[in-house]
Design a protein around this ligand. Structure first.
Ligand code: FPP
Length: 249
């Protein structure tokens, strides 16, 4: 996409929502208040993306490393997830949004697991925006799972080693049926991927901002989309080849 092309909406946005704790600290509040404010920002993001006709939004709500946080914070987050899920699922469903949880759900208490699966089931037929929520998720975990499943199929004789290619690996990941993210957003000032969607972010445009997650609103979402529009995505080809392809489209 060149700069003089009309604006193009990214199809899939992947987000790391970082900075809740620091947002609270700056205000002399406990970390829980930061997470509560983070939920509000997430609600605005979901609404903002749906209005902008983004097809897929994938958010990182809880990483496999987040269990290492103080027990009190982890329990608070679990309660917050459960309460938010129960409070929001009907609204998401009314808005035709399909919700899916990706990650190792077996790490959660059975009540929360049931709520996650119920939300998934209730919204599975929806045809609007797809909302993927990564919980107890890690990119290496996901790839290891994919490899183990492929290896089992080879062992069982259903597959040959020669059948293993990009497409097959992608299909064995948790969001293999979605288009790959074309825009990644990370708030909170860190510039790293933190084991998020390692397979899927291979060609994604990366947008980092110092804004702390609770302060991230639709204005900044538009700024990130504007950044995406200013990029020329070459996928290994030259700029000239891409412009020729666009002119002949
Ligand atoms: C990062 O802030 C955020 C998290 C660890 C996850 C919690 C996310 C939310 C509460 C948003 C709501 C999401 C859903 C789907 C309900 P941090 O604690 O790492 O901040 P810090 O880096 O400033 O300490």
């Amino acid at each position: 996409m060149s700069r003089d092309q009309p604006d193009k909406t990214p199809q899939h946005i992947a987000v790391i929502m970082d900075g809740n704790g620091r947002w609270a600290q700056k205000r002399g509040l406990g970390r829980s208040a930061g997470h509560q404010a983070g939920v509000k920002a997430t609600r605005q993001l979901v609404e903002g993306c749906a209005r902008r006709e983004i097809k897929v939004l994938t958010v990182f709500a809880f990483s496999s490393e987040n269990w290492k946080r103080p027990e009190q914070e982890v329990s608070f987050l679990m309660e917050l997830f459960r309460g938010t899920l129960r409070g929001e699922v009907d609204k998401l469903h009314e808005n035709n949004i399909r919700v899916r949880f990706i990650g190792d759900l077996s790490g959660f208490r059975s009540g929360l697991q049931k709520d996650m699966l119920a939300a998934d089931r209730k919204t599975s037929g929806n045809t609007g925006m797809r909302l993927n929520i990564a919980v107890n998720y890690g990119g290496r975990w996901e790839l290891t799972q994919a490899m183990a499943r492929i290896a089992a199929q080879i062992e069982g004789g259903q597959l040959q080693a020669a059948d293993v290619n990009d497409e097959l690996v992608a299909r064995h990941t948790s969001i293999g049926d979605d288009p790959e993210p074309d825009l990644f957003i990370r708030t909170g000032g860190e510039q790293r991927l933190s084991n998020y969607l390692l397979w899927h972010l291979a060609y994604t445009e990366l947008f980092f901002t110092d804004t702390l997650w609770p302060d991230f609103g639709v204005d900044e979402l538009d700024r990130a989309i504007g950044f995406f529009n200013g990029r020329e995505r070459r996928f290994g080809q030259t700029g000239e080849q891409i412009r020729d392809l666009e002119n002949n489209a």
